[in-house]
Ligand binder design. Structure first.
Ligand code: MF3
Ligand code: CO
Ligand code: CO
Length: 295
């Protein structure tokens, strides 16, 4: 199925949902410290969403075909967990690295975003993986323009991961989003430029690469949700919800606490690890800061 196109009114709703999702991550940041449990992070986020924001946590009881209902309000994926980690009694310790993935519903619209958090003192290896994964997400976002192709996104992401010795998870991808959590189209984080569906203004979808420090193969845990790397190598993920505009893109999941985009986004003369976005398949003349429409 092709993507549903959002109207101006739909986009206004999605901007609000996107900002609120990002604000949950801002709120929870100071609590991600050694000694906290993933269940406590979930409880704090749930209370903030429901009682402060008046949003609905989309993961709670979410049950796509073939899955049992997700039992918590956020996803917490620690170390070699790739995605969909279920919050619980696990105590975070110094050196852990955790992805917190937040999806809120406001006035029927979904905002979906995730960030990596380093607990206490993190290893150089974990920091490098998180940083390269963040660059991968932004290289994918920079490839978005009307008239371009869905395949351009994965084509920008995959080489950056692989030239750093990492691998791209294939089984999970970005997705269209709107009134429903997961809509068409699928957004692959690997592949070939100039392939798949044409990008059209009004499309809204997520870019959320999962990058493994080791091999790309994954395994599902017995809880029916948590995905881990088969070789137990570290995995990282970042996620934004993005609108295709008439001139480029607009990142919807931004808030006061959003980490700044990499330097190659704001100053086009700066290369990402020796490779410019242009060389990675992106030809945008000047890349925009987050949340700003590309002129
Ligand atoms: N937020 C995840 C995504 O980015 C989906 C989580 S589904 C859940 O698509 F049920 F695990 F919450
Ligand atoms: Co998503
Ligand atoms: Co998500």
């Amino acid at each position: 199925m092709p993507a549903t196109l959002k109207s101006a009114a739909d986009i206004a709703g999605m901007r609000i949902a996107g900002r609120l999702a990002s604000e949950v991550l801002d709120y929870i940041t100071p609590y991600v410290v050694p000694g906290v449990t993933t269940g406590e992070l979930d409880r704090l986020c749930h209370e903030y969403m429901v009682n402060v924001q008046g949003t609905i946590p989309a993961p709670l009881n979410y049950a796509p075909h073939g899955y049992k209902p997700f039992p918590k309000s956020i996803c917490t994926s620690v170390n070699h967990q790739v995605c969909h980690g279920i919050p619980g009694t696990r105590v975070l310790k110094s050196g852990d690295v955790v992805n917190l993935d937040i999806t809120v519903i406001k006035d029927g619209w979904h905002g979906d975003t995730s960030r990596m958090f380093h607990v206490g003192e993190s290893s150089i290896a974990a920091r490098r993986l998180s940083e390269i994964t963040y660059e991968c997400m932004w290289l994918g976002i920079l490839a978005i323009r009307p008239g371009g192709f869905l395949g351009d996104i994965g084509a920008a992401i995959q080489p950056h991961a692989e030239r750093n010795g990492y691998s791209v998870v294939r089984e999970f991808c970005g997705h269209g989003i709107g009134k429903r959590f997961h809509e068409d189209p699928q957004i692959l984080h690997y592949g070939k430029a100039g392939t798949l569906e044409r990008l059209v203004p009004g499309m809204i979808f997520t870019v959320e690469p999962m990058i493994n420090a080791g091999r790309r193969e994954i395994r599902e845990m017995a809880d029916g949700w948590t995905i881990v790397t088969k070789d137990h190598s570290l995995s990282a993920q970042w996620e934004h919800t993005v609108l295709v505009t008439p001139t480029g893109f607009e990142v919807l999941t931004v808030s006061a606490g959003s980490p700044p985009p990499p330097a190659f986004v704001t100053s086009p003369s700066v290369a990402a690890d020796g490779v410019t976005p242009a060389a990675a398949g992106n030809a945008a003349p000047a890349a925009p800061p987050a949340g700003i429409v590309v002129a």
